[in-house]
Design a protein around this ligand. Structure first.
Ligand SMILES: *Cc1c(COP(=O)(O)O)cnc(C)c1O
Length: 401
């Protein structure tokens, strides 16, 4: 893959008519080392945030050995890319065929579930030809927890309510070699308290069911940095999780897991787009809602932007973007801060698109052409540099919803 110092060098060399995705493997490596060294347990990379094989190889090289996969296509792809990796199938609703292939062909032993039906399905699909049940399953019961401290809820679709959890935990204990409890506090959790509160619910579930628990999996949700969303340092999350998990009534040999998606890959990608037209404070650019900017369109997520043309004014005016498709909904309201004199033909770098950005591109309306290169500079924001200011002592507004 071609490598450049930074986005400006890419524009000078290519003057690209199509969007260009910039990979920063060094940023993914740094994020992975941070989790491997500082999270007080095991870190599973949640592949759906960005399934790029190049990224998977960078994370593996940095010491991430476990991968949270959610579909049989992800199982196959990660197994093909990382033959030695441990795969954990953490989608609570799977097909019997997917479970059987994952277990029998790809060596998957860890599965999540949130219902008796799914438990029955897993037991049946992993039994051997004589109908003998598998004796090497690690089964994680997904508990429903609050998403109130996160920017993106994951509380409605999956997870068993605490009030109903005891029978399922007991039934799962009967067939599992290892019993886990997992949850997801929602993506971009803006305070460590989200995990502390969820772990209190885990405690109640364990006490209610009186079962021995071997794995406590706090899921994903670890935040990255975006305009208007500056979370506390990740060390605060790790410390709060460590203290809360230490006091749970679990066996001494129990394991603590987490499943970061966003936090491991947000800094991995940015994208260079071209301004095709300007209409007042609206810029028509060549990527959008059906490309890498799904969250900007559908969730109103703001990403950092930078005009790459020299000699422009200070970046202090608010702009909205239209993407390239013919759909009115291909609109990103921002606001995105760019120079007042930005014009058609200019190039803009949009940062922090490694998580749920590059992974979301579709071919709708024929706008799927994309070029990928590597760059060596820093991402537009980072959680992982020692000199990062602590937002609690700055004048930044932490957005808590
Ligand atoms: C999406 C997902 C993750 C990753 O979430 P992030 O907010 O990106 O960290 C982890 N675990 C499960 C089960 C998920 O569905």
């Amino acid at each position: 893959m071609h490598s450049y110092p930074d986005a400006s060098a890419v524009v000078r060399a290519l003057a690209p008519d199509e969007p260009v995705i910039l990979n920063r493997p060094q940023a993914a490596h740094r994020a992975a080392r941070f989790f491997v060294e500082k999270f007080p347990g095991k870190s599973l990379y949640a592949v759906k945030a960005n399934p790029s094989p190049d990224l998977l190889l960078a994370l593996w090289a940095a010491g991430v050995t476990h991968y949270d996969v959610a579909s049989i296509a992800e199982v196959r792809m990660v197994r093909a890319t990382l033959p030695e990796a441990t795969l954990c199938f953490m989608h609570p609703v799977k097909t019997a065929g997917a479970i059987a292939e994952a277990y029998k062909v790809h060596g998957v032993r860890t599965f999540s579930l949130d219902s008796q039906e799914e438990l029955d399905k897993i037991v049946a699909a992993t039994a051997n030809a004589d109908g003998q049940p598998a004796e090497d399953l690690a089964l994680c019961v997904r508990l429903r927890v609050s998403s109130e401290y996160s920017e993106l809820s994951l509380a409605s679709k999956f997870g068993i309510d605490l009030a109903d959890a005891a029978p399922l935990l007991q039934a799962t204990r009967q067939v599992a070699d290892s019993l886990g409890i997992c949850f997801h506090v929602g993506s971009q959790a803006m305070t460590p308290f989200a995990y502390v509160q969820a772990l209190e619910r885990v405690r109640a579930a364990i006490v209610d069911a009186s079962v021995t628990v071997d794995i406590v999996d706090v899921g994903g949700g670890f935040p990255s940095i975006y305009p208007g969303m500056e979370p506390p340092p990740l060390e605060d999350y790790f410390g709060a999780i460590h203290r809360a998990a230490e006091s749970l009534p679990v066996s001494y040999s129990s394991e603590l897991w987490c499943e970061p998606g966003r936090a491991l890959c947000a800094e991995y990608n940015s994208i260079v787009v071209k301004v095709e037209k300007r209409r007042g404070d609206e810029l028509f650019i060549n990527d959008g809602a059906y490309g890498a900017l799904f969250d900007a369109a559908h969730l109103g997520w703001r990403f950092p932007v930078k005009c790459l043309n020299e000699g422009r004014a200070d970046a202090d005016e608010e702009f909205a973007f239209y993407g390239p498709t013919c759909d009115d909904g291909d609109y990103m309201k921002g606001p995105f801060m760019l120079p007042a004199d930005v014009a058609a033909g200019d190039y803009v770098e949009i940062g922090m698109l490694g998580a749920y950005g590059a992974a979301m591109k579709t071919a709708f309306n024929g706008f799927d052409a994309v070029h990928v290169v590597e760059v060596a500079d820093e991402p537009m924001a980072t959680q992982y540099r020692g000199d990062r200011r602590d937002p609690r002592v700055s004048d930044n507004v932490v957005s808590l919803r």
